[in-house]
Design a protein around this ligand. Structure first.
Ligand SMILES: [Zn+2]
Length: 104
């Protein structure tokens, strides 16, 4: 309300959005209760999304990482074993907790 300081307004907005949705939406969809830490744009600004509350969902860091990677078309590249077959990274898709651990 009448705020003019952009930087601070951004921080306040971020905080307000996290307070409005304190639990990660994607975790909740899976029946998991986890604190959200990142307000995420449902439609990325880079793809024409607007910076409005309707376009915001709050996510935990892991889910935010995951959707960001998917939005930017990143796929984890399978590694190939000595026999020429792809090796699943970390033995499957459950390794959310490992940040940047798959890089060689
Ligand atoms: Zn989550």
């Amino acid at each position: 309300m009448g705020e003019r300081i952009r930087g601070r307004k951004g921080v306040a907005l971020r905080r307000a959005r996290l307070e409005a949705e304190p639990l990660c939406r994607m975790c909740k969809a899976e029946g998991v209760t986890r604190r959200s830490t990142v307000p995420d744009h449902i439609i990325p600004l880079a793809q024409g999304g607007e910076d409005v509350d309707e376009n915001i969902r709050c996510l935990c860091e892991e889910h935010h990482d995951q959707v960001t990677r998917e939005e930017f078309g990143y796929r984890e590249r399978p590694e190939f074993g000595a026999d020429g077959w792809p090796v699943p990274p970390g033995g499957g898709r459950k390794s959310f907790g490992r940040r940047g651990g798959n890089r060689r």
